[in-house]
Design a protein around this ligand. Structure first.
Ligand SMILES: Cc1cc2nc3c(=O)[nH]c(=O)nc-3n(C[C@H](O)[C@H](O)[C@H](O)COP(=O)(O)O)c2cc1C
Ligand code: SF4
Length: 394
């Protein structure tokens, strides 16, 4: 239970106490529905940011009838401030492949892909060697499942699961309308599970530890541990595995430099928490016990008082302008108007009251944009503008 400090965990990178393919061998002797139920009961939610129940996703894909199904590991890792998937793929790729194979066994897929961020191409040779080892082990287990690496398209939006699938199909990587979801209409129109790198490792963690042990980790109704990519004004930047259910204050106490004025939780698509609210927010997924909780794919950026929050906001909005795929008007035009708007206020060409209009625009983008990119611009925009108004205006 969290009290005043963060609780560290050492499970994801822990050296293999049991060979992961041995654990996989044990798992595939079990009933598929029982494994799904265990994952659902564990409350394990996707570690890519959206926080959907992993067991439920696998259940939907299993229940969709089709001879051809796919498993995709989302290793696009494009959210600014996150770098934990790179570490997992470098240090414990076998845990990832075991999780993918377990998913394939359950849903009935024979083919998997690792959608690898283009900037991580330096990992490719080592990963391919590991895949070759995996495929030998899979044969011994009579598992008909192979894995291929697909090099990412170099765009933030291609981390969105349907844009990712489109880019794999050779199309321009743009988000699709949902529904239908990939679990029924995914890669090549076939049922497909797309999970984050860390999620696949976490599924093996639940299966290996068992529900009872897994449920002991975490606090305030949050279960399990998670990797956090910690950066910014901190003497302890890097990837840290922490039990879920910590507050922003816990994080600041452990990782701050003594002068933290704001923490950006969840990358540019997440929320900016000012000092006065550090104790108010729990980091994790919404739930009865967790109060005001902030979901995150693991990106945590700390800012001290030397930072201009106008510059931080400008940087974020500029990023969104650059990365908007341009497919829908609220996002394509909205991001540009937000950028021009804050620049005009700063240059005294617009009155400070114009900020209200811009916040309204961001709220409209939240409801009218087609995908999570445009929908989430309001998170950081609104939280920075409302909490650091003076810095934006003057
Ligand atoms: C603009 C955008 C970028 C995204 N980038 C990533 C990413 O790099 N990695 C990732 O795992 N999920 C990313 N997602 C979320 C995916 O669409 C999807 O929810 C996730 O891969 C599902 O895996 P999970 O359930 O294991 O979290 C992104 C979503 C959006 C809207
Ligand atoms: S919200 Fe933005 S990124 Fe998403 S589809 Fe629309 S234009 Fe593209």
């Amino acid at each position: 239970m969290y009290e005043n400090t963060v609780k560290r965990a050492d499970i994801i990178f822990a050296p293999y106490s049991t060979y992961p393919y041995k654990v996989l061998g044990e798992m595939i002797k079990k009933d598929k529905d029982a494994i799904i139920q265990e994952l659902i009961d564990s409350g394990l939610k996707g570690r890519g940011g959206a926080g959907f129940l992993t067991g439920l996703k696998w259940k939907f894909a299993k229940e969709t009838q089709n001879k051809e199904k796919y498993v995709i590991c989302n290793a696009d890792e494009g959210e600014p401030g996150t770098f934990k998937d790179r570490e997992i793929l470098s240090q414990v790729p076998r845990k990832v492949f075991s999780g993918m194979a377990l998913c394939a066994y359950i849903i009935g897929a024979k083919k998997g892909f690792v959608y690898l961020r283009a900037e991580y191409n330096f990992l490719r040779n080592d990963l391919q060697k590991e895949i070759n080892i995996f495929e030998e082990e899979a044969k011994k287990l009579n598992l008909e499942f192979s894995i291929e690496i697909f090099s990412g398209a170099g765009a933030y939006v291609c981390g969105e699961e349907t844009a990712l699938i489109d880019s794999m199909e050779g199309k321009r990587g743009e988000p699709r309308n949902k529904p239908p979801f990939p679990v029924t209409d995914g890669y090549l129109g076939k049922p497909t599970v797309v999970n984050n790198v860390e999620t696949f490792v976490s599924t093996m963690m639940v299966c290996n530890m068992g529900l009872k042990e897994f449920s002991k980790i975490g606090a305030r109704g949050q279960k399990g541990s998670k990797l956090f990519s910690i950066s910014g004004d901190t003497p302890k930047g890097g990837v840290h595995e922490l039990e879920l259910g910590l507050t922003v204050q816990n994080l600041v106490d452990e990782f701050g430099d003594g002068d933290t004025k704001a923490v950006q939780v969840g990358g540019v698509s997440g929320f900016c928490v000012p000092r006065k609210n550090f104790g108010k927010y729990t980091i994790g997924y919404p739930g009865k016990l967790s109060g005001d909780s902030l979901p995150t794919g693991g990106s945590i950026m700390l800012f001290n008082s030397s930072r201009s929050m106008y510059n931080v906001l400008h940087n974020y909005v500029d990023f969104f302008c650059e990365e908007s795929c341009g497919q829908c008007t609220p996002c394509r035009v909205g991001t540009q108007q937000l950028l021009k708007g804050i620049e005009a206020i700063k240059a005294n060409k617009k009155p400070s009251s114009y900020l209200k209009t811009l916040v309204k625009l961001a709220e409209t983008m939240h409801v009218a944009s087609k995908c999570g990119l445009g929908q989430s611009v309001a998170n950081s925009f609104q939280s920075i503008v409302e909490e650091f108004r003076e810095e934006i205006i003057y």
